[in-house]
Design a protein around this ligand. Sequence first.
Ligand code: SAM
Length: 322
Amino acid sequence: MEYTPNSIASKALRNIKSLENYVITFPTPKDVAKWSIRNDLIVEIGFGNGELITRMAKARPNDFFLGIESSEISCKKAAMLSSKLGLKNIKFLKGDARFLIREIFPDKSVDLVLAFYPIPWPKVSHSKRRLMGKEFLKSVVTVLKRQGKFVMVTDDDNYLEWTKENLKHLGISFNVHQLRPIKATKYGRKWESFGKKSWSIVAHPRHFEMKRILEGCNVPHAHLKKLELDELEKLSKSKFVDENSNSIVQFKGMYEGKEGYLLKVLSVDGDFPQMFYLLVKRQKDGWLIKLDDTAKVFKTPAVKKSVELAAKRGERISPQQQ
Ligand SMILES: C[S@@+](CC[C@H](N)C(=O)[O-])C[C@H]1O[C@@H](n2cnc3c(N)ncnc32)[C@H](O)[C@@H]1O
């Protein structure tokens, strides 16, 4: 194929369109309710190149599919594949499934959750990154409908044992089967070519009381009559740890621009980190502190705290909610 500026530009536009149609940033409870109207709501975690979830979505047009992936490139590839296939029953969400499964779905709302070949993170020093930790398992079985299932497949016997231990400890009922690798996924084919076996764990619903940190968490704007620049500069190098809510707000620098100032912030809620900017915007009658429009963040308590900390030197927090 010959590449011309026009063909490159139209390909770029097609890609942007497919991203807009398929990749969502923040599903609302309304979105979830809309998806649930379909026959089944099916979630695949860590869908990799997206071949399995897109194939299932094509074969089952009356069901709705949500893919959750921590890799942005995977989301883009899967969106493009879905666009090519003209799928109307699938969306992708970029982020950590350990946080998203708990925060997005209400109890008893999902029919099937799949996780094929999650990374086993065998080193003890990396164990915090494992998907199949107790908190995740609690969330995933809680969001399953009464007849729902959680299916994970692994080639790694240590990871299998570790997951089984966690399930047993939580009293979640499950079955284990040995099987040939799942050829419909890239990693399945890889393990097949190495002659490796796979195991599936099918876990059943169970209710746990889940604390969802996004529930009722609004992030306010703040208005300041006067701005103490020295104070803001000091703030831009400070860290705040709240042991009660297990959250951290760390300011990581300040940048001056036409509109005012940007504060770079790292927030951590439990083990969920986010990086974003707060805009301190010059206005006729003072200053406005708000999340910068580039901030594609979940509005967690630590994010809210960052606005409050930045506003502390001002006179009042506006009742206007963002
Ligand atoms: C080993 S690959 C398996 C991909 C695919 N399921 C397959 O079988 O070919 C694991 C995938 O999980 C994704 N992943 C890892 N941790 C995740 C998390 N906490 N939340 C969502 N996706 C995650 C990775 O980006 C990667 O694409």
